[in-house]
Every structure is written in structure tokens, then in C-alpha cells.
Design a protein around this ligand. Structure first.
Ligand SMILES: NC(=O)c1ccc[n+]([C@@H]2O[C@H](COP(=O)([O-])OP(=O)(O)OC[C@H]3O[C@@H](n4cnc5c(N)ncnc54)[C@H](O)[C@@H]3O)[C@@H](O)[C@H]2O)c1
Ligand SMILES: O=C(O)C[C@H](O)C(=O)O
Ligand SMILES: [Mg+2]
Length: 604
């Protein structure tokens, strides 16, 4: 019940959008006392409870006597984190990564305010721990790492119960849900119930980047079984031990979940994450006109890739309209690869007035996709080459990646295949013959081991003149002679927080293609010419809150223009439509939650 009061206080605060976000934190109503408060990570301040608060809340004697300030607690945590880094030096990467994840996870379980503050302030260091790539390792080892639940689990066994189950979630208000069925976790395949780590990591990024109130987030696992034989045989596996539901049975579970969410929180936004391709596309089409939802792998990824692709045009000193002439080879015809091509095509059509995809080449595990392909996937069909388009190049159905790169001489080679190392030495060397003055290599698959190539390999084999981006973080590459090969992180984390936040703050009924395009354009225009010339396509993760505010505002304004914005709290659609661009950014920023200890007031 305390959560009701807390959200009332917070919406009161949120409604005063003209106030600066640095205002003194208002009091927080709490309906519990004593040890129950210490065990609630939302209220717990550990040794930070002032003496008067200890008296008021029945905490006297339950803590060591000295009061430690928030700042001191912060320093203490960071010191223990840094000493862990020092003490684990030289140990295998996986061991170090999991140790870092554990120390952060323990803080998350104990004291959310401190956890989110250290996360926000050190996002560049901590994103690789709580998000990609370590989150992949955590998912792989989830059943062994499991200590306490986080988020909700809806399983095939819960059919018919979801409408009541949703009320088991203790928070009165939920704004943002990330949902997975665990069927395609990063490039690691079907991890069943263990995929819950992905929604948890994505929502941590929502809090850090978009300032979504952590009390209003909900990570969800839809456990419909797994086809991963190893997991089915693992005695520690925590999910349903049955093959995945298919067809109508599967869809009826997702339908029931979506209806239940909508019944309790009609304004909540649902982000679909890491669904295998067939369900990723099908659920997007099924729900996008009925609910406020999007698929991050299809749409978020596309926006980030498009922003990067537009950056590579600028890096060549060409006008953006030249994007229509860029030859782009996309390796991987799954939800992400097809999403990128679809959005790129929309961008070409917007720029040149005609939707020509003649410069796009799409490959999957069977090589170049052409209209000759047997059992051509309908989703890939629009990008399949006709014989006429490729015979002049000496290519044909199923041509290998090396052949395609050698013959096409693409401006951009973009990997979303999930296959580590597929951009091998021969492929990368072939990129030296690219028709671009600054060839681009995007190895976007996650986690690190699944990247199509490493940054060092790309600069070594394709040349120093390339622009490089990867989905998981790599260190910049020392090219010698004082030169640095810049590594960009082309990850959907640059966009999904802003898409969610912008949609939330305007009360979007649905999320349209135009809102996605606006997000991508905003990210694309974020960088200066000087940065682009240095091969820097995306801003540093350090300023993710600023980027998210800009993206959120762009999404919001597009929603208003598309007339899908219904208003948020006491800010109605008319008020939204009268905001200038700067006012919109201000509004978005003022609505970002920021972790500080609020004075706790007990109420029965
Ligand atoms: N950087 C990002 O922001 C981002 C976003 C989304 C997805 N991804 C990554 O992209 C990868 C793919 O995701 P998805 O959802 O599209 O998966 P998917 O399973 O839907 O598609 C994978 C595609 O790769 C193709 N493929 C497999 N082996 C291949 C090979 N040897 N050569 C060429 N193609 C091959 C498959 O045929 C399929 O078309 C994953 O690793 C995921 O982590 C990255
Ligand atoms: O999770 C990520 O890091 C990006 C993307 O959503 C993916 O599936 O790989
Ligand atoms: Mg994903």
C-alpha cells in the first residue's frame, strides 16, 4: 500500500514540470517500520538513516550508531568495487565479470537509491556489467546465480490466471515493461526462463538513461517452455521443462498477458525483447495498433543503425541525400537485420522520393538472398535480389559473403548474424577495395564473442581509414604513431530509453514508424562534423541521460504531430502541442527520476 502513497507524491512532483529537477526531495510516505524498512531496498538507507528518522521509524538499535552520509556510502561502495577490480586482475574474464555483476547485484537487492546513483554516475563502466556483454553470461548461468526473484514470471501453466496474477505485483503504477520469452537471448540462442536477465538489464538502463522511476518498472518473463535440450536436462533449470508452445497456443499466452497488463495499467509501455524472429515480427504486427508497444530488436536497433549509417555518409564528406547511393551489405536476415533494412528503405524513400533498395544486399546463413531462393521468407522477400540486378556483378543465389564483398565493394558491411568472427581476414581485407573513401564496418552482434569481428581485427585487416562500430563495447584501438582507431558502440541502448520515455510522457496511444524515424534522426544529428570526421558516430555513453532527453523529446513531438499523444498526468495534448522544442526537452528532463534519499514519514 505504501507504494500508492509514494506514486502519488511522485506524480505530484512530476506534474510541476516547470520546476528544476534539482528541487529538494519531497517526503516519502512509508507504511512500515523497523526491520521491514531495512529489508526493503526501495526505502533502505543502510547506515544513512539520520538519528531522528531512526527514532521515528523504530530503527534505533538496529543499526551501528554512526550515521554515514550518502556521499560516504557512495565512496565506500566505489572503493570496494575498485579493490575487487584490483584483486581479480589476471583472472579469467568471465570470473571477473561475474564478480563485478555480483557486487552490483547485491547493492541492487539491498539499497536501490545508492545502486542507481552509482549506476548513473559510472554508467560507462557499469553498463558492460549490468547490460551487454556480462548480462549474457548472467543469463547463461542464471539458475546457478539465482538468489531472489526480480520481476514477474508468467508461464504456460498460468493460462487463465494472468488477469488476477498481474495484481500480485506490489507497485500500484507501472510505466515501463520489458518482456521476453527467452527464445533468442542476444546471439546466445534459446535460454528459456534464464533470459529474465535481459529485461532486468534493459530496465536498469531505463532508470539510468531515461530516469524512469524504478518503482514503476516491471521486467517480465513469459515462460512458454524451451527447446534448449541442455537446459531441459539441467536439474537446476528453473523454468518449465517442456518444449516451447507453438502456433495459436503460444499466441494465446501472449494475448492473455497483454490484455492483463492493459487492464491494470492501460498507459504502460511494453517493450518486446529478444523474441525469436517469427514471433518478433508476428507480435509486433499483432499488437502495434492496439497497445503502446514496440519491438526493440527490430525497431530500436534499426534506428541506431540508421543513425550510424547516416553518420558514415557524413564521414565521407557527402550530403545526407547520398545515403540513397550507399551500397550496404547486411549479414543476417533476422529480426534485427530486416528491421535495419526496412528503416533504411523508409529513409531512402523520404530523401529521394523513391523507395529503391537496389543498393542493399542481404545475406543469411545460406549466403546472398535472391528471388531464386527456395522457401524465401516473406519478411526477407522485399530485399531479395533479382537475377537481373546481380548477374552483371557475377553474383547469384547463395553467393558467399567473401564473394559479395569482393564484387559489390560496399560502402558499409553490417553484421547482425549472431555469428562470432564471420567477418574474417579475407572479408575484412576485401573491404579495402570498397568504393567508399571511409568504409564502414558494423559488427553489431552481441555479446562480445558473437561479434562478427573485433575492433582490432577490423582496423588491422580493413585498414586504418575505416569507421568501426560494434554492438558490445571494445576498447579503442591503438594504431601506432599516436593515432587511435575509434570504436563506436552501435547498440539499441542509445534509443530504446528515449522511445519509451517520450512515449510515456506524452501518453502515446501507440508507437508509430514516424516516432521511430524521429528518434533515429535525432541521434543522427547529435554529433558534430568534427566528431564525425574522427569516426565518432555516437556520443559517449557518459552522456546517455542527455541523449535520452533529446530522443525522448523528438519522439514526443512526433507523437503529437501524428496525433497519437493523449497527454500525461495533468499535461494534456494541447499543452504538449504548444511546447517549443526546448520546452519539450526541459519537460522531459524535469520528469526524469534521480536517486536521492527522501525523508521518510511513517503513516499507518
Ligand atoms: N547491436 C544491437 O543493438 C543489436 C540489436 C539487436 C540484435 N543484435 C544482435 O544481432 C544478432 C541477431 O539478432 P536477430 O534478432 O536478428 O537474430 P535472428 O535469429 O532473428 O537472425 C539471425 C540471422 O543471422 C543469419 N545467420 C546465421 N548464421 C549466419 C551465417 N553464418 N552467415 C550469415 N548469416 C547468418 C540467420 O540466417 C538469420 O537470418 C544477435 O547476436 C543480437 O545480439 C544486436
Ligand atoms: O541487448 C543488447 O545489448 C542489444 C540487443 O537488444 C540484442 O539483442 O543484442
Ligand atoms: Mg535485444
Amino acid at each position: 500500500m505504501w507504494r500508492v502513497a509514494r506514486s502519488a507524491v511522485s506524480s505530484l512532483r512530476q506534474s510541476r514540470w516547470r520546476l528544476l529537477s534539482t528541487a529538494i526531495p519531497g517526503p516519502c510516505i512509508v507504511h512500515k517500520r523497523g526491520a521491514d524498512i531495512l529489508h526493503d531496498p526501495w526505502f533502505n538507507k543502510d547506515t544513512g538513516f539520520p538519528l531522528t528518522e531512526r527514532d521515528r521509524l523504530g530503527l534505533r538499535g538496529l543499526l551501528p550508531p554512526r550515521v554515514i552520509s550518502f556521499e560516504q556510502q557512495y565512496v565506500r561502495f566505489m572503493e570496494s568495487y575498485r579493490s575487487l577490480e584490483k584483486n581479480t586482475q589476471g583472472q579469467p574474464n568471465n570470473v571477473v565479470s561475474l564478480a563485478k555483476w555480483r557486487i552490483l547485484n547485491r547493492l541492487h537487492d539491498r539499497n536501490e537509491t545508492l545502486y542507481y546513483r552509482v549506476l548513473i554516475d559510472n554508467i560507462k563502466d557499469f553498463a558492460p556489467v549490468i547490460y551487454t556483454p556480462t548480462v549474457g553470461l548472467v543469463c547463461q548461468n542464471y539458475s546457478g546465480l539465482f538468489r531472489r526473484p526480480r520481476g514477474m514470471y508468467f508461464s504456460a501453466k498460468d493460462k487463465g490466471e494472468m488477469m488476477s496474477m498481474i495484481y500480485n505485483w506490489p507497485s500500484q503504477q507501472v510505466d515501463m515493461i520489458v518482456l521476453t520469452d527467452g527464445s533468442r537471448i542476444l546471439g546466445l540462442g534459446d535460454l528459456g526462463v534464464q533470459g529474465i536477465g535481459i529485461p532486468i538489464g534493459k530496465l536498469d538502463i531505463y532508470v539510468a538513461a531515461a530516469g524512469i522511476n524504478p518503482q514503476r518498472i516491471l521486467p517480465v518473463m513469459l515462460d512458454v517452455g524451451t527447446n534448449n535440450q541442455k537446459l531441459l536436462e539441467d536439474r537446476l533449470y528453473l523454468g518449465l521443462r517442456q518444449p516451447r508452445l507453438e502456433g495459436e497456443e503460444y499466441l494465446s499466452i501472449v494475448d492473455e498477458f497483454m490484455e492483463a497488463v492493459h487492464a491494470r495499467w492501460p498507459k504502460a509501455i511494453v517493450q518486446f525483447e529478444d523474441f525469436q524472429m517469427k514471433w518478433a515480427f508476428e507480435t509486433l504486427e499483432r499488437y502495434r495498433k492496439r497497445f503502446c508497444m514496440f519491438n526493440d530488436d527490430i525497431q530500436g536497433t534499426a534506428g541506431v543503425a540508421l543513425a550510424g549509417l547516416l553518420g558514415t555518409v557524413r564521414a565521407q564528406g557527402l550530403p545526407l541525400t547520398d545515403f540513397a547511393n550507399q551500397k550496404i551489405v547486411v549479414v543476417g536476415a533476422g529480426s534485427a537485420g530486416l528491421g535495419v533494412l526496412k528503416m533504411a528503405l523508409q529513409a531512402v524513400s523520404r530523401m529521394s522520393g523513391s523507395a529503391s533498395d537496389s543498393h542493399f544486399f542481404l545475406l543469411d546463413k545460406d549466403g546472398l538472398i535472391t528471388k531464386e531462393r527456395k522457401c524465401l521468407d516473406p519478411a526477407a522477400a522485399p530485399f531479395a535480389k533479382s537475377q537481373g540486378e546481380i548477374e552483371g556483378l557475377g553474383l547469384s543465389e547463395g553467393s558467399s559473403l567473401t564473394e559479395v564483398v569482393k564484387k559489390v565493394k560496399p560502402h558499409v558491411l553490417l553484421g547482425l548474424s549472431g555469428v562470432g568472427g564471420i567477418f574474417n581476414e579475407e572479408v575484412l581485407k576485401a573491404m579495402r577495395e570498397s568504393d567508399s573513401s571511409k568504409p564502414a564496418i558494423f559488427a553489431m552482434s552481441n555479446p562480445t564473442t558473437n561479434a562478427e569481428c573485433t575492433a582490432a581485427e577490423a582496423f588491422k585487416h580493413a585498414g586504418e581509414n575505416i569507421v568501426f562500430a560494434s554492438g558490445s563495447p571494445f576498447e579503442n584501438v591503438d594504431l601506432g604513431n599516436g593515432k587511435i582507431g575509434h570504436v563506436n558502440q552501435a547498440n539499441n541502448m542509445y534509443l530504446f530509453p528515449g522511445i519509451g520515455l517520450g512515449s510515456l510522457l506524452c501518453g502515446a496511444r501507440i508507437i508509430t514508424d514516424e516516432m521511430m524515424q524521429a528518434a533515429a534522426r535525432c541521434l543522427a544529428s547529435y554529433m558534430t562534423d568534427e566528431e564525425i570526421q574522427r569516426g565518432v558516430l555516437y556520443p559517449s555513453i557518459d552522456c546517455i541521460r542527455d541523449i535520452t532527453a533529446e530522443v525522448g523529446a523528438a519522439v514526443l513531438r512526433a507523437a503529437v504531430a501524428e496525433e497519437v499523444a493523449e497527454g500525461h498526468g495533468d499535461v494534456g495534448p494541447r499543452e504538449l502541442s504548444h511546447m517549443s522544442k526546448d520546452e519539450t526537452v526541459r519537460y522531459v528532463k524535469d520528469n526524469m527520476w534521480y536517486p536521492v534519499y527522501s525523508p521518510l514519514v511513517h503513516e499507518k
